[in-house]
Design a protein around this ligand. Sequence first.
Ligand code: PMP
Length: 346
Amino acid sequence: DFENLNNKAQKNLRTLLDIPDNYKILFMQGGGHTQFSAIVYNLLMVKRQQFDDIADEEKGEINPPLDYIVTGSWSAKAAEEAKKLYNNVNIALDVKKLKGSYGSIPPQEEWNLSGPNAAYVYYCDNETVNGVEFNRIPDIDPSIPLVCDMSSNILSRKVDISKFGVIYAGAQKNIGPAGVTVVIIREDLLTMPKPVTMGAPAIPSMLSYKVMADHNSLYNTPPMFAIYMSDLVFEWLLENGGVEAIEKINSIKSSRLYDCIKNSKIYKSPVEESVRSRMNVPFRIEPEGLEKEFLKGAEELGMLQLKGHRSVGGIRASIYNAMPLEGVDTLIKYMQEFERKHSSLQ
Ligand code: PMP
């Protein structure tokens, strides 16, 4: 029974995201954090395999760089994890270093990519904590695998999967309960976890995309309940017009909220307009002392989890696919009332 469910869930996700036939869908475990290292192991192995295929006399040094585009705290964490495993990580962009804080994405001409030698280019499509979302797919040399963390915006808009080598997403935002992590990978990037070659670590079986693909994600006991719930969400999306329909709703939800912030004197967005996330809307209240009162009042009205991530403070409204338009409207109404109540401060 579970095999049928496993296949059905994959089929539904393939339909929703229009995933081409030459891509495999894997259901893995260990959340986004585990992918931070799985990516390094697997894609370095691809590069090393290519190297093994070259004639000995043509072999030079191999130590391909891994390019990271750091636009917020999750891509920063992924890059840190890569550095623990490998000694040639190139931070092609670090927005915090460049600008003092996250909240913008400088144009690609300003990135310091390593070029065709890179084993991959990594980025996070939506930075959950900082509310920064790419408004287009980076334009990378197609011979280099583009790796993307879509944990917090997968299934929120249409995306051209064929532009990517690997996409991964922890389920717990737009897919289902925590416990399953979706990996979408181009088939030519599935390499056998060979024993140590040239000092490279072999891939632990549980982290190997090839092992997972060969076992249709049933290499060990799968998180069945999480996959079952995820499939219910896929069906819900399909019944309601698919990704195209939810994308429209997401756009209305986030524009209404950003308009409310724009038209206000006390709410401020820390993010540049062109890269504001449609999923996570962070904002500050001026004066700052009002934030506590704002959160308390919201909680009394049943609006929970509006506190910004502890690393950045402030307020953050996460408005994933499951949040209906009415929920956003209720928040906006509260924000406007709160501002009116405090208008004497202006
Ligand atoms: N990447 C992003 C974009 C995230 O939002 C998160 C979790 N909030 C992670 C990675 C880490 O995921 P996990 O907690 O599943 O390890």
